[in-house]
Ligand binder design. Structure first.
Ligand SMILES: [Zn+2]
Length: 108
């Protein structure tokens, strides 16, 4: 299961996806060398923008790694009426808040 809570990813020490690290290092270098260090990327510490970016890319690459079929895509309501109206507590049916996150078919 993919962890969509960025703070939890940090607290649990979930390692970055190798492709996130590879892409981040190259982008950081390109921005520094060619882009005038506009993003001023920093990594290694809590709240560093490079760490934040890698956590976002981790989710992207983990989603790509998942071979399971998508049942409900990000932002798509489940069968529960008012699924997207759940703003503070999770939907009783799919467990998402405001339909954020992707629900994959369960592995047998
Ligand atoms: Zn739902």
């Amino acid at each position: 299961m993919i962890e969509y809570n960025l703070s939890k990813r940090w607290e649990d020490g979930i390692p970055h996806h190798p492709k996130s690290i590879e892409l981040y290092k190259r982008i950081e270098n390109l921005d520094f060398e060619l882009g005038g260090d506009v993003f001023c990327f920093k990594s290694g510490g809590d709240g560093d923008n490079g760490e934040h970016l890698m956590y976002l890319m981790d989710i992207y690459f983990e989603e790509k790694d998942t071979k399971l079929p998508i049942i409900y895509d990000n932002g798509q309501p489940c069968v529960h009426t008012g699924c997207l109206s759940h703003k503070t507590h999770p939907c009783e049916w799919c467990g998402r808040i405001e339909g954020k996150g992707i629900i994959y078919e369960e592995e047998e």
